[in-house]
Design a binder for this molecule. Structure first.
Ligand SMILES: [Zn+2]
Length: 425
């Protein structure tokens, strides 16, 4: 009798432990709420309405046991009544961070006035929090714009460090704020059909955004990365967060604290992405990763080209040139790969004339601008090309070496590179 039961129990245990081992780990997600106390002031001027919306947002967060970080912008709390709203967030256990006073676009503002505006709100919020036994720790860039020049990027990093604020990035970018106007219009008009439609569109858009940007983290790190969701303080959100949080819980997410999420090594990766428009952290890291991948790919391609030269194979040497390449040199311009090949053959008729080629790459630049998704999110654009500067050297036995510079313009073709312009001197 026992013989029959024992193997079954073992089997059951084995299956249980197998399912526990293979279940995907829950993905931690931090909820952040921008533009506290209310993002779209022009749509919500009535203090009673502002308080109602605030309480509804806090109710949705409490229902799902979310500890959020709210980012406060001075222009959104002009009245004393608004301080009471911020107080409600603090009392509910949420953390408040700095989102500047005027919500300026860093691309359109000089360094000094920008930092002064950020500092103005920091000083106010730090006092507000201190009076409540809390401390200011985080800053979020308005429009996620961290700087459109390397100098601006550095200036804000230095300022944040010196003032004890950490940049709180976003990984799950979206356009949740864009539903506010339609939602308020539908609610004011008591239009149930329109309200249901806005609600449906909000949920659908958020699901697609979250899936899309999460896959970016997965691609970068090969694992489910902890995420930071960007939401905006408003009435549409207050009405929709409960359903959104239900969906997140149902799709293997777990609400996490800011400290847990930021402790993940993905959040310590360095990046120096500079652009006119702000992008999410995964996009910044993607641009950084791609720069080194492109540099490695180009080096491999040019090394192979030099190797072809050094075994005397001119046909293989010119294979990297585009069929319609333009080759500029002190002796004129050659058009097309065939003409380039013939010129090399004339100038280097045998192995002895060719010598040994070495190429030292001095700079690689990726040509890729910003792009916008169907939904209007800014993302890092696809690689359209690259430029390389290099120093070439030909060494010979028994005679002095020849050396010069080259500037190459390349474009990707499938998984290889081809040179479309070459200026060698
Ligand atoms: Zn904002």
């Amino acid at each position: 009798m026992f013989r029959g039961i024992l193997p079954l129990s073992f089997l059951t245990l084995a299956m249980l432990s197998l399912s526990a081992a293979t279940a995907a780990p829950q993905r931690p997600i931090l909820i952040t709420v921008d533009d506290l106390p209310i993002a779209e002031d022009r749509l919500h001027s009535d203090p009673a309405e502002r308080e109602r919306i605030t309480r509804e947002m806090l109710r949705a967060l409490a229902k799902h046991r979310v500890t959020a970080v709210g980012l406060v912008a001075g222009k959104h709390h002009p009245a004393a009544a608004d301080e009471n709203l911020l107080d409600l967030w603090v009392k509910a256990g949420h953390e408040l961070g700095n989102h500047s006073f005027s919500h300026l676009n860093y691309s359109e503002t000089d360094i000094q006035p920008y930092i002064a505006d950020v500092e103005k709100e920091r000083a106010w919020l730090a006092d507000f929090l201190k009076a409540r036994g809390r401390r200011l720790r985080f800053f979020r860039f308005p429009f996620l714009n961290e700087g459109n020049t390397p100098e601006k990027l550095r200036a804000m990093r230095d300022y944040l460090k010196a003032s004890g604020q950490a940049n709180l990035p976003v990984t799950l970018d979206n356009q949740d704020w864009s539903f506010e106007e339609d939602w308020v219009a539908a609610r004011k008009g008591r239009d149930k059909v329109a309200m249901a439609r806005v609600a449906e569109d909000y949920q659908a858009a958020m699901r697609i955004h979250i899936r899309h940007f999460e896959s970016g983290g997965q691609r970068l790190f090969g694992r489910p990365t902890p995420e930071i969701l960007l939401l905006h303080a408003g009435e549409a959100g207050a009405e929709q967060w409960d359903a959104l949080f239900n969906w997140l819980e149902g799709t293997n997410h777990r609400f996490a604290t800011v400290d847990e999420v930021l402790a993940d090594p993905a959040y310590s990766m360095p990046h120096d992405y500079v652009a006119e428009d702000g992008v999410s952290l995964w996009e910044r890291l993607k641009a950084e990763r791609r720069q080194s991948e492109v540099a490695a790919g180009l080096k491999a391609a040019l090394d192979a080209q030099a190797a072809a030269w050094n075994r005397g194979d001119l046909e293989a040497f010119v294979a990297i040139y585009a069929e319609d390449v333009s080759f500029v040199s002190p002796s004129g311009i050659a058009h097309g790969r065939q003409e380039v090949l013939e010129r090399y053959r004339r100038r280097y008729p045998d192995r002895k004339a060719m010598g040994t080629l070495s190429l030292e790459i001095t700079e690689t630049r990726v040509i890729a601008g910003e792009e916008f998704t169907f939904f209007g999110d800014t993302v890092v654009g696809r690689v359209q090309g690259a430029t390389v500067t290099a120093i070439w050297t030909l060494t010979y036995e028994g005679k002095p070496p020849l050396t010069g510079s080259t500037l190459l313009v390349l474009r990707p073709r499938g998984n290889r590179w081809e040179i479309v312009q070459d200026a060698s001197m």
